[in-house]
Write a protein that binds this ligand. Structure first.
Ligand code: MRU
Length: 329
């Protein structure tokens, strides 16, 4: 299957480095960043050079190798875990490496490689389970980017599309552009186009019309953190899409691996929502889009309540909200 390799560790624990696609440069340029200091990785995560919940989890796991070998100890691991607040995968991965490595960079690398391999196979399983939802001739709607670029494998929401395409099923994808940072227009459209999958970019404000006109009959998005009751935080705009899907009769699914579920969060109210800087909304390539006197509110994520979600496409199959508590243990 033809999808981008978002991140890769090259070399051993002592001298190795993390190589990532610089997603801020797509779709214009496929450029890579080589990171050998933890501060470089934290900066890359905060600027969204690497982004998407599972991808920042795997990157954070490799970041533990960088922090431990730089002698930063526990404080270095804390800094990585806190680089972005909403996607629970980052904290989950750093805490797992902390436990499995006992401060040793060599053991940290082995732990990060296990997390990486598990992410690749979770994406494949999500793809296999979710592909059953995609019927020939269908329009599939997605928001933001939950593809290969958002994971270390073939993605979560886009994995069923890669598998269905590989099986010869003909379908169309509608990708919301995803204001303000355009992950749908820049990243989802880029990777689906590279794979030869029919993709149409629409403004976020067109989503309800596209659903009403039955251009799309199925919605699949990813998530950054899913609470025990099934409430799911994902890129801002997902909630509005789920509402429109409900009104127009399209089932709305979330695709996510176990590492995106936060068993300690009872509901969406327990999920921290990242607020990003004003300039992302206020400016476009240096030009002002708003008067300076106007305030700007720029949360990066919103929470879709479980009652709007038809199911959760996980590595263990498609689960209902009622099944989650038992699955999470
Ligand atoms: O701010 P981003 O680009 O990191 O937001 C990403 C998303 O909202 C994705 O949908 C989510 O992380 C799932 S990625 C498989």
């Amino acid at each position: 299957m033809n999808y981008p390799r978002t991140l890769q560790w090259l070399g051993d624990a002592a001298g190795g480095k993390l190589v990532i696609i610089d997603q801020t440069r797509l779709p214009g340029e496929l450029a890579y960043l080589e990171l050998d200091r933890p501060e470089q990785l934290i900066d890359a995560i905060q600027r969204l050079a690497v982004r998407g919940a599972p991808a920042i989890g795997v990157a954070g796991a490799y970041g533990c190798v960088l922090a431990l070998r730089a002698g930063q100890g526990e404080a270095g691991l804390d800094g990585l875990a806190q680089a972005r607040p909403t996607a629970v995968n980052l904290r989950w991965a750093v805490e797992r490496v902390r436990k499995e490595a006992g401060g040793d960079p060599v053991r940290a690398l082995a732990a990060a490689q296990r997390i990486h391999a598990e992410d690749v196979s979770a994406c494949q399983a999500i793809g296999r389970h979710g592909a059953k939802l995609i019927q020939p001739g269908m329009g599939v709607h997605t928001h933001c980017n939950a593809g290969a670029l958002a994971t270390s494998g073939m993605g979560t929401a886009l994995a069923p599309m890669y598998v269905a395409h590989g099986n010869g099923v003909k379908f169309r994808v509608f990708a919301d552009e995803t204001r303000p940072l355009l992950q749908g227009a820049r990243l989802t459209a880029w990777e689906l186009d590279q794979a030869g999958i029919d993709v149409t970019v629409i403004g976020d404000d067109m989503a309800a019309v596209v659903l009403r006109e039955k251009k799309t009959q199925l919605v699949i998005t990813g998530a950054d953190r899913i609470a025990r009751n099934g409430d799911a935080a994902n890129k801002v705009g997902t909630y509005a899409l789920a509402l429109a899907a409900r009104v127009h009769g399209a089932p709305f699914y979330i695709a996510a691996p176990r590492s995106t579920f936060d068993a300690a969060a009872r509901s969406g109210a327990d999920i921290p929502i990242e607020e990003r800087k004003e300039s992302e909304l206020r400016q476009w390539q240096g030009a002002l889009l708003t008067p300076l006197g106007a305030k700007v509110f720029n949360p990066a994520f919103d929470v879709t309540p479980a009652e709007l979600i038809a199911g959760y496409i996980t590595e263990d199959g498609i689960l209902s909200a009622a099944e989650l508590a038992g699955w999470l243990g």
